[in-house]
Design a protein around this ligand. Structure first.
Ligand SMILES: NCc1ccc(-c2ccco2)nc1
Length: 330
């Protein structure tokens, strides 16, 4: 079998939410599919009332197929400083027509303020390696790991789009979803991420620079976080671009003409071009004319993060069968 689920962008494409059915009768929650983490967690009837603010919650007591995993718990913290924690059930979960009869569903007791404030986000569905799942005492499998062996092919694809719905597909590669060829590059999952090394980059029509820095493909991250030297070189080419410590990063005019940013995949000379208009990411709170930059520095993280700003410029194949990432233009 195969599956296909439409995913919809929140404002400014800050995240993409995908409907997921949990339990019997089905309870539909809109989740943030995250290739940068491996916990499937949801707002629930157990979530502290002060932590819930409009989210749809999963209530295991209303599901005839829910089973509590007694003595199991989880707690996770993310790179953006947000966190959540709680207990664990198993229940039937359906994504894009694909059903896992006994998926570990991590129900939240507590979530951090940023999750509380994100009213449309009902939880996360992790798609990184199950090796970094946080459930204690025994790590649980991701939805993809549970369904992988049944799929026509052990792959899923991310086709995120700017300001309009895209798709997460499971078990097949849609030839109509991309242009040209898919260029594959090896994945190193030793840290649990979809980690890869781009072959280099170009800013606008500038010359391509061969440099390699470990990066992850992260659908659960909004921005493109690059080595500080690259981010600096990029904004040096942006009229009105500069580092603004009050904003906490580089800003630029929202209506400007920022240069494109291209990155190389494998040595095959394949390039993905992020249009400059994607880099005027979101107006800063204090203005409508100055935007927070979609490219920022990866200082302090230890690797670069190819988040939605970059991913929405490409058709991306997460190929677990061959431990590789495929990139295509679209
Ligand atoms: N990269 C994982 C991730 C995803 C979403 C969020 C988040 C915080 C507030 C709203 O959403 N944090 C981390």
């Amino acid at each position: 079998p195969t599956g296909s689920a439409e995913t919809k962008p929140e404002e400014n494409d800050v995240e993409y939410l995908t409907p997921v059915s949990i339990g019997t009768p089905p309870q539909v929650l809109n989740l943030d599919f995250d290739t940068g983490s491996s916990d499937f967690w949801v707002f629930s009837s157990e979530t502290s009332k002060s932590d819930v603010n409009g989210q749809t919650v999963y209530d295991p007591d209303k599901s005839s197929t829910a089973k509590e995993m007694e003595g199991y718990s989880w707690q996770i913290s993310y790179g953006d400083g947000s966190y959540s924690s709680g207990d664990v059930y198993t229940d039937t979960v359906t994504v894009g027509g694909l059903t896992v009869p006994s998926q570990a569903v991590e129900v939240a007791r507590r979530v951090s303020d940023a999750f509380t404030a994100d009213t449309n986000n009902d939880g996360l569905l992790g798609l990184a390696s199950s090796a970094i799942n946080t459930v204690d005492p025994v790590a649980q499998k991701t939805f993809f790991d549970n369904v992988k062996s049944d799929l026509d092919a052990p792959v899923f694809t991310a086709d995120l789009k700017a300001g309009t719905p895209g798709y997460y597909n499971f078990g097949f590669i849609d030839p109509n979803a991309y242009t040209g060829n898919i260029t594959y590059t090896p994945v190193d999952d030793s840290q649990g991420f979809w980690a890869w090394t781009p072959s280099g980059y170009a800013i606008g029509s500038g010359q391509f620079k061969n440099t390699s820095s470990l990066s992850i493909a992260d659908t659960g991250a909004s921005l493109l976080l690059l080595p500080s030297s690259v981010a600096k070189a990029y904004y040096a080419r942006v009229a009105g671009g500069h580092y603004d410590s009050t904003a906490g990063g580089y800003t630029l005019p929202c209506n400007g003409s920022a240069p494109d940013f291209s990155f190389g995949v494998a040595d095959a000379g394949a390039r993905i071009t992020v249009p400059g208009k994607y880099i005027a990411y979101a107006p800063t709170t204090s203005s409508g004319t100055i935007c927070f930059g979609g490219i920022q520095s990866d200082e302090g993280i230890g690797f670069s993060i190819y988040g939605d700003v970059a991913l929405k410029a490409a058709f991306v194949v997460f190929d677990a069968g061959n431990q590789q990432l495929g990139w295509a233009a679209k």
